[in-house]
Design a protein around this ligand. Structure first.
Ligand SMILES: NC(=O)c1ccc[n+]([C@@H]2O[C@H](COP(=O)([O-])OP(=O)(O)OC[C@H]3O[C@@H](n4cnc5c(N)ncnc54)[C@H](O)[C@@H]3O)[C@@H](O)[C@H]2O)c1
Length: 245
């Protein structure tokens, strides 16, 4: 059951975030979209928040507590990155690597740390961190060949692998307080990619298609809901079988 739960979704105006927010609302819970972009304000439940800002995150949690009195769930879904994200490995500077780890992994640490203390006091709560198949396996670079697309960056693998392991640590650390931490790791999501990329991706995946955002969002809702009350430290892979072979 997700009904009446208060759930924060970071980056809730993006490709996957929109579907997550929609699914949560469909299940009669309250979704609070924590978004960077001012133009992305979808409704009164959007809070402008830069997840890479220490103060914004503290303010976000305080605002939600002030309005609703509790936080039942958080989905760490936002996807901040530097301008040179996608540079080929040989051209990645140490500075850029550090910045992306800071923006994507350290921001997840900060949100989790602050939210978990609130949830510990409540003796309940569920965090879902969005991982990726690339946090589990190396990219198949042949999928990107002749497509004009930059292959997935090395930092992405390090960050998502880190998020998956970090979630397991938190599951173990906070389990005794009735708080759960899980990951959902999607495979590639369809987003107007060029036909060659789609073809090369589809050939590789057992279910022979890329994901739609709506393939992923119910898995997130499940881990937020009481239906998964005995599941923590899990990485729910929603990838059409991409990592099964
Ligand atoms: N798209 C895919 O194929 C895919 C596959 C696997 C995993 N993922 C993961 O899913 C998540 C969402 O990805 P997406 O494809 O929907 O990306 P997206 O770029 O469409 O959406 C990301 C959202 O995050 C917001 N955002 C960026 N920086 C922010 C910040 N500093 N603070 C708050 N919000 C910020 C953006 O404004 C945007 O609305 C990411 O964690 C990504 O790694 C995506």
């Amino acid at each position: 059951m997700l009904k009446n739960k208060i759930i924060i979704v970071t980056g809730g105006s993006g490709l996957l975030g929109k579907a997550i927010v929609k699914d949560i609302k469909l299940k009669n819970a309250i979704a609070i979209n924590a978004e960077l972009k001012k133009e992305a304000i979808a409704d009164e439940n959007t809070i402008i928040c830069d997840v890479t800002s220490k103060d914004d995150v503290v303010n976000l949690l305080e605002t939600v507590i002030k309005k609703y009195g509790r936080i039942d769930g958080i989905v760490n879904n936002a996807y901040p990155y530097t301008k040179d994200w996608g540079n080929k490995f040989e051209d990645v500077s140490l500075e850029s690597w550090k910045q992306n780890v800071d923006m994507q992994l350290n921001s997840c640490f900060w949100i989790c740390k602050n939210a978990l203390e609130i949830m510990k006091k409540q003796k309940s709560g569920s965090i879902v961190n969005i991982g990726s198949v690339y946090g589990m396996i190396g990219p198949d670079f042949s999928i990107y060949e002749n497509t004009g697309y930059a292959p997935s960056p090395a930092a992405y693998s390090a960050i998502k692998g880190g998020i998956i392991s970090f979630s397991k640590y938190l599951a173990s650390y906070y389990g005794e307080h009735g708080v759960r931490v899980n990951c959902v790791s999607p495979g590639g999501i369809l987003n107007n990619q060029n036909p060659l990329f789609i073809k090369q991706y589809e050939e590789k995946v057992p279910l022979k298609r890329m994901a739609n955002p709506e393939d992923i969002s119910p898995a997130v809702s499940f881990l937020l809901s009481d239906e998964s009350k005995y599941i923590t430290g899990h990485n729910l892979v929603v990838d059409g079988g991409f990592t099964a072979i």
